[in-house]
Ligand binder design. Structure first.
Ligand code: UD1
Ligand code: CA
Length: 456
């Protein structure tokens, strides 16, 4: 089999993004664009991947990690110059090199595979992935000879009126015979509208030498979309969203409105789960089967078991058992862990706490730094007083305890198994098991107090 190499161009600043963040690090579906490309390349059987870094080099390297190699392009003199930087790593090698841009996040491994196969089967020196664009503005146009063979690529800024009418565009993805690529790059000049060394000029030079050049047209323009500005970023986000949502619908997930449901790339969802509009699932999230999520619910970096319902709530870095009912309007903050059949109602905030099976906090509570057993009922308005302004302390509520409404549990404190805390209590001392704790002032009645009010 032919050796396969890849060059990922990711050194540009992305001036048109008008951003502090380097272009290829802008996320689409929560994942940086260049990471999308790296992940897709991973399944294409590539022997060596070289990423060209420049602007934000350290950040790009940090993002992509150490599994691939990097070449530094100190000055960004154009895409041809970018690929030249890979010469030291790849220059003399025999094989095929696929060149991709870090700003085409929708490109799939399947399309790259087809392009590689086409190129290798035809034994071409270069094969360009092209697409038909309804609006080709901004892209390089593919000029063909009368016999349909590829003549050259003309950049938008160098194109004359007739060339601008062409709707077949250069997607910025190519396959080359590796040696030919590096030999030909040396002949690329920068006498053009942008004063840059253009990688696509390799195509024209090879044509003039009578070499075999192919164009492989992608079926779907959207997949090859290049993101140069925020408008294209949002268009890419939309395409990625619909692609991901379609995948989950085919896996048996009901998505009521795919236009308004945002699922990250590191999410898994079980069959017969329903996602209502306004659901956003970010980072590593796993959702079981038969769950009901949303409307208007954000879940990030969390695990949710089967049959759980979460309505109008925010869940972050938490683990939730089966058949749990959450919301509306609950907030689960990091390190919350709920057992099965738990109920967390409206305006309940949980943080760094565990709650056993069948426990409930149905209304208006803050429970932080707490270990709550199973079968516990936390009454409306009860809170753990976990913070003295300097340190945090633990509240323990053992199995089957009942915390009356509006109680303050001043940590560190333990309420023993099966005990009752009377409503309105401020508990400062441990409550033994199977006891009743009342910690509030007795009610005083001043009979007729207001009858003689004028005399006060
Ligand atoms: C490029 C193509 C154009 C094609 C389009 C497809 C050229 C000259 N033009 O235009 O024909 O239709 O992609 O999306 O190649 N980069 C570097 N170093 C540089 C310059 C760019 O690493 O010196 C990187 C950028 O970070 C980016 C990629 O190369 O990821 C493409 O560069 P960009 O400036 O976006 O090229 P386009 O103008 O989109
Ligand atoms: Ca681009």
């Amino acid at each position: 089999m032919t050796n396969r190499y890849a060059v990922v161009m990711a050194a540009g600043k992305g001036t048109r993004m008008k951003s502090k963040l380097y272009k290829v690090l802008h996320p689409v579906a929560g994942k940086p664009m260049v990471q999308h490309i790296a992940d897709q390349l991973e399944s294409c059987g590539i022997d060596e991947i070289v990423t060209i870094v420049g602007h934000g080099a350290e950040l790009v390297k940090e993002q992509l990690g150490s599994g691939i190699s990097y070449a530094l392009q100190e000055e960004q003199l154009g895409t041809g110059h970018a690929v030249m930087q890979a010469e030291e790593a790849l220059g003399g090698k025999e094989g095929t090199t696929i060149v991709v841009s870090g700003d085409t996040p929708l490109l799939t491994a399947a399309t790259m595979d087809k392009l590689l196969e086409h190129h290798e089967k035809q034994q071409a020196k270069a094969t360009i992935l092209t697409a038909h664009a309804e609006d080709p503005s901004g892209y390089g146009r593919v000029l063909r000879e009368r016999d349909d063979s590829v003549l050259k690529i003309v950049e938008q800024k160098d194109a004359d009126e007739r060339e601008k009418q062409i709707r077949e565009i250069n997607t910025g993805t190519y396959c080359f015979d590796n040696r030919t690529l590096f030999e030909t790059l040396k002949q690329v000049g920068n006498d053009n509208a942008q004063g840059e060394y253009y990688l696509p000029d390799v195509v024209g030079i090879l044509h003039d030498k009578g070499e075999e050049i192919h164009a492989y047209q992608s079926e779907d323009f959207n997949e090859t979309m290049g993101v140069n500005d925020r408008a294209a970023l949002s268009a890419a986000e939309k395409q990625m969203k619909l692609r991901i949502n379609e995948h989950w619908m085919r896996e048996g997930v009901t998505i009521v409105d795919p236009e308004q449901t945002y699922i990250g790339t590191d999410v898994t969802i079980g069959a017969d789960t329903v996602l209502e509009p306004g659901t956003i699932l970010r980072g590593e999230v796993s959702i079981g089967a038969d769950c009901h999520i949303g409307p208007h619910t954000e879940v990030s970096e969390s695990r949710i078991a089967d049959g759980t319902t979460i309505r109008q709530s925010v869940v972050h870095q938490s683990s939730i058992g089966a058949r749990v009912q959450i919301g509306p309007f609950a907030h689960l903050r990091p390190e919350t862990s709920l057992g099965d059949d738990v109920r967390v109602g409206n305006f309940v905030e949980l943080k760094k706490m565990t709650m056993g099976n069948k426990s409930k906090a149905s209304h208006l509570s803050y429970l932080g730094d707490a270990e709550i057993g199973s079968g516990v009922n936390v009454g409306c308005g009860s809170i753990t007083v976990n913070y003295d302004g300097k340190n945090k302390f633990l509240t323990t509520i053992e199995d089957d305890a009942f915390i009356g409404c509006n109680s303050n549990l001043i940590a560190p404190v333990t309420v023993g198994a099966g005990s009752y805390v009377a409503a309105g209590s401020t508990i400062t001392d441990d409550v033994p098991g199977e006891s009743l704790a009342i910690a509030r002032e007795r009610q005083t009645i001043k009979n007729g107090y207001l009858k003689n009010k004028d005399s006060h």
